[in-house]
Design a protein around this ligand. Structure first.
Ligand SMILES: NC(=O)c1ccc[n+]([C@@H]2O[C@H](COP(=O)([O-])OP(=O)(O)OC[C@H]3O[C@@H](n4cnc5c(N)ncnc54)[C@H](O)[C@@H]3O)[C@@H](O)[C@H]2O)c1
Length: 697
């Protein structure tokens, strides 16, 4: 049973016991209702306290039961709350640490609520594309007033219990208890033991001087902020019912909205991303509890774009870093950039001056490898050339202490080859950060053939400490993310060849929801980066086919924003992309040379070719075992490549469209003489899933 029962001083204490956060799973719900029955049948019990054991009152639904029959099996949460309301003896919720979602709804069903200070109170359902589904949209406005309640429900943000308890006129908490919460709650329960009738939140009225106007204002605000997501607007609808309808009718309305939202693709996408984030941290053959190595100090080699950003991650987490460069100038430049970034944060009020100084105090610099000999983890971020990496790893191997983890931030090079430059390939791993490395959430952890399990377990833990979403990838050219983006880039090129302009392609995919289309992205990142990669690949794969427009662009010196011109023109000091007649002429000339008659291409075809190219390559990556699960690939794209969150990642999106439809489109594209028929053969895994009527996720 996931709830315990004891009687103390005539008060029954029901303690939720479902670690880590007392999720309201089936056993816990049964435990509460049985406790209520036992307490009512025991004449010696005068009142009841419900509290949570361990680190939470309750974090809400038990995510381990998501999608299983247990999640909705009776007694469901609504029935538990009804049983509390109908209890013949007063029920007091003793809230502490965390009361979120269903946990807060449970407390709202109790006759009284007391709290320890500092408890985190929230209704995060909106972040999963839902509204609260067990009465909070009707009860919270009754205890906190329309405005505060709506704010909490629409934002999903956490508010500390003592802040809510201090609001004038609030009825959420009857008492804030400093010190021993349970003792205080029992004392409070005895104090109210004989009060009748028992107070019920459902019987309160929502008062507001001008509810109609406020709700309209809220609706307008929410509309502007949540364009791709229906849930925030539905929160307003549900809360409106707490003002306009009788309680039970409001509850019915809440239920209807909740169930309708559950079926939306946006909700599916958000729940997928939520579970995908958790799943990504689990590596099938590296069990939880695998011993980890201690990482107390870090070395970073190369103080360029990536090295600087990587360093900041560790400084932010309070971990000292020694930054190594070849020359003092490069070192000074790198440190100056780090300072500049922090100073910008201080200026914007996002970082306190003393925090900034504390972080900088953790930074050491050096020109000599000897200073890295005590580092627990060293991350290399030097030029993307095998020769340079080889020299760095040989030097590292010579000085690093035994057991130190040696990591490379390479974007495309073979991590196994890098590992082979050392006598300790088991300690080598890829840690592929994304630019800007201090901002982007994604960290691809590249697992070499020899990488030890404890090294993997350690870096997954480190990733968590520096607040990254880590996804494990096997070794291949480009790993998960860049291998897929290569195909996406090839399609973008073919679309130009066949008749599109760069801005037409960008606009279509941006309308689909990408933050930036491929050409604007290229101009931002620097088109020369892709050029260098294509040159290397052309040597390794002489038969590689792609539109040469990107190379021609680079030959014109149009590297993007940094050179004032790329796929678009840029005015000095501005980032607005302006269509370039020079580029359009270059594309037209290339088409002529290739004998292609341009045609009008619709947005649907643009989006399908770009997104399905990701899907087909992803299917190959999955089948080869480069990624261990479909959701890992979706997490890479959601957190590292600006794939629209409301679509849940390329594979989640493909599942939503239907894999039969996706494969049928690929076959159509394969018949296009200007495209790559070989690439568009549906990957074997995809073909199999279609034949079996299955999905990726
Ligand atoms: N820029 C990106 O968007 C990005 C994203 C992910 C990964 N990467 C990878 O990160 C690595 C670094 O890229 P970057 O963009 O930061 O390059 P960069 O040119 O900005 O920085 C490289 C730095 O390394 C230093 N360096 C070169 N050789 C060295 C050596 N032997 N010892 C010490 N320092 C040395 C250089 O002086 C320079 O400061 C590359 O492997 C790249 O593929 C880059």
């Amino acid at each position: 049973m996931s709830a315990s029962y004891e009687v103390r001083d005539g008060v029954a204490v029901i303690t939720l016991n479902n670690p880590p956060v007392n999720g309201l799973g089936y056993d816990t719900r049964v435990g509460i209702t049985q406790g209520l029955e036992q307490a009512q049948s025991d004449a010696a019990v005068r009142a009841i306290v419900i509290t949570g054991g361990g680190k939470a009152f309750s974090g809400g639904a038990d995510i381990r039961e998501f999608g299983t029959p247990k999640a909705i099996a009776e007694p469901n949460l609504l029935s538990v709350i009804r049983a509390i309301e109908l209890c013949s003896k007063p029920v007091v919720a003793a809230v502490h640490s965390v009361a979120m979602g269903g946990g807060l709804e449970l407390a709202l069903g109790c006759h009284y609520r007391v709290t320890a200070p500092g408890a985190q109170i929230a209704l995060p359902e909106v972040k999963l594309g839902l509204i609260p589904g067990a009465g909070a949209t009707q009860r919270l406005p009754r205890v906190l007033g329309l405005e505060t309640a709506l704010n909490m429900i629409v934002s999903g943000e956490t508010v500390k219990s003592e802040v809510l308890a201090a609001l004038p006129g609030q009825k959420l908490f009857q008492q804030v208890i400093e010190g021993d919460l349970l003792a205080g709650a029992i004392a409070y329960a005895l104090q109210v033991a004989d009060q009748r009738p028992l107070p019920l939140v459902r019987e309160l009225k929502v008062t507001h001087p001008n509810a109609e106007a406020y709700l309209q204002f809220a609706r307008n605000m929410v509309k502007g902020m949540s364009k791709n997501f229906p849930a925030p607007g539905k929160c307003v609808d549900a809360v409106e019912m707490s003002v306009k309808r009788k309680f039970d009718e409001g509850m019915t309305g809440e239920r209807e909205i909740f169930l309708a939202l559950m079926l939306t693709p946006e909700c599916k996408a958000l729940r997928h991303a939520f579970l995908g984030e958790r799943a990504a941290s689990k590596i099938p053959d590296v069990p939880e509890g695998t011993p980890v190595r201690e990482v107390r100090t870090v070395g970073v080699i190369g103080a360029g774009t990536m090295g600087g950003g990587i360093t900041m991650n560790f400084l932010n987490a309070g971990i000292p870093v020694t930054l190594l460069e070849m020359k003092q100038e490069a070192l000074d430049r790198g440190v100056a950039t780090i300072r500049k970034n922090y100073e910008a944060q201080v200026k914007k009020g996002k970082l306190k001056q003393d925090k900034y100084e504390q972080r900088m105090a953790l930074l050491g610099t050096t020109l000599g490898y000897d200073d890295l000999k005590d580092a627990d983890l060293v991350i290399e971020a030097v030029f993307e050339e095998m020769g340079v990496k080889e020299a760095v790893f040989k030097q590292l191997d010579a000085i690093a202490k035994p057991g130190a983890i040696l990591a490379s931030n390479t974007s495309t090079l073979d991590v196994d080859k890098i590992a082979a430059c050392t006598q300790r390939p088991q300690d080598v791993v890829g840690l592929h950060f994304f630019s800007p490395a201090n901002v982007m959430k994604l960290l691809e952890v590249v697992r070499g053939k020899a990488t030890a399990k404890d090294v993997l377990a350690t870096v997954m833990g480190v990733a968590k400490k520096i607040k990254k979403t880590a996804v494990v990838s096997g070794v291949c050219d480009g790993f998960i993310g860049n291998r897929m983006i290569e195909q996406y880039g090839r399609q973008a090129g073919y679309l130009l060849d066949e008749g599109c302009t760069p801005s037409q392609v960008d606009k279509a995919i941006e309308k689909f929801g990408f933050a930036m289309g491929p050409f604007r992205m290229g101009d931002l990142a620097g088109n020369d980066i892709g050029w260098a990669i294509r040159k290397r690949r052309a040597q390794e794969r002489p038969n590689m086919r792609y539109s040469k427009t990107a190379d021609l662009l680079c030959e014109m010196g149009r590297f993007g924003q940094k050179t004032g011109a790329g796929w678009y023109d840029y005015q000095p000091g501005k980032r607005d992309a302006i269509a370039s007649p020079v580029v359009e002429q270059m594309i037209a000339d290339y088409r002529k040379e290739q004998g292609i008659t341009p045609r009008k291409i619709g947005d649907d075809e643009i989006v399908q070719r770009l997104v399905y190219s990701l899907v087909n390559e992803a299917a190959r990556i999955l089948e080869e075992g480069i990624a261990s699960k479909a959701s890992d690939i979706d997490m890479v794209y959601l957190t590292g490549y600006g794939f629209p969150l409301h679509r849940g990642g390329p594979l989640c999106y493909a599942d939503t469209v239907g894999l039969y439809n996706v494969a049928a489109a690929m076959k159509r594209f394969a018949a296009n003489p200007h495209d790559d028929a070989g690439f568009w053969q549906p990957a074997p895994l995809l073909a199999r899933l279609v034949a079996e009527g299955k999905t990726f996720n």
